[in-house]
Design a protein around this ligand. Structure first.
Ligand code: C5P
Length: 236
């Protein structure tokens, strides 16, 4: 018998308004238990939407990618804990990550480091003054993330295997850029299927358009859950 939902599936609510986001969650029903709210919804009621989803029994990932001086990151993270969310992203620079870990204190909020934005390639990193290319910088920042005590990282499925090989299990790897076999890739360049991303060491998959732009979002989510069911979870 297939499971109704899989806690490793996170559906991105990338909509202009919270009403549209809520309508998607209602259309999906119990096929999804975890939702991501990002910067598009933050200024128009994203925090309140997160609280409402928590009250409805869902898990909530706030993808706000904090990046500021340590005192501000610590205070922002402390404010964010009041919403009851489960996951928060910050840029994977050691002072930022340490501040976020201090700010979440003993709340259940888990912190994820965003290693290198996937919109950057080696040439752009060199132009910005970085000595490392993207792949080496990702591995360096995962090492620093683990030293700083964050709970995991955001990384592409293609980076996940190298990260697990170097650093083992015991932390979260959350991977966007997932497309079920045969789905439109849209603007995502380096995509992986749900099964291959999990097989490479991801603990969670972030999936947006393949679910929320589907004719039947609940059916699309159930098909992904069925594909994930064959892959055992990574110890994290
Ligand atoms: O629609 P799609 O599945 O491409 O959505 C992926 C989600 O993951 C979006 O919310 C996007 O902003 C986010 N994301 C990403 N790549 C990253 C980090 C976040 O696609 N490197």
């Amino acid at each position: 018998m297939s499971r109704t939902s899989d806690p490793r599936l996170i559906v991105a609510l990338d909509t202009p308004t919270t009403d549209e986001a809520w309508a998607i969650t209602e259309a999906i029903g119990d096929a999804v238990s975890f939702y991501k709210i990002g910067l598009q919804l933050l200024p128009v009621g994203g925090m309140a939407l997160g609280k409402r989803l928590k009250q409805a029994g869902k898990d909530v990932f706030l993808d706000f990618k904090l990046h500021d001086i340590p005192a501000t990151v610590e205070k922002a993270t402390r404010s964010i804990t009041t919403g009851g969310a489960d996951l928060l992203t910050v840029h994977a620079e050691p002072p930022v990550m340490r501040a976020a870990v201090a700010g979440r204190d003993d709340s259940p909020l888990r912190i994820l480091g965003v290693t290198v934005l996937t919109s950057y390639d080696d040439a752009m990193l060199a132009e910005m003054g970085y000595a490392f290319g993207a792949r080496d910088l990702v591995l360096r920042r995962v090492e620093q993330a683990l030293e700083c005590g964050v709970d995991g990282v955001v990384a592409s499925a293609h980076e996940a295997a190298a990260i697990r090989q170097r650093f083992g299990d015991g932390f979260l790897i959350v991977t966007p850029g997932i497309r079920p076999a045969g789905a439109e890739t849209g603007d995502q360049k380096r995509v992986a299927t749900p099964a291959s991303a999990l097989g490479q060491g991801a603990t969670h998959l972030v999936i947006g358009r393949p679910v929320n732009a589907a004719q039947d979002p609940a059916a699309a989510a159930r098909a992904i859950v069925a594909e994930m069911a064959g892959i055992p979870p990574v110890a994290a």
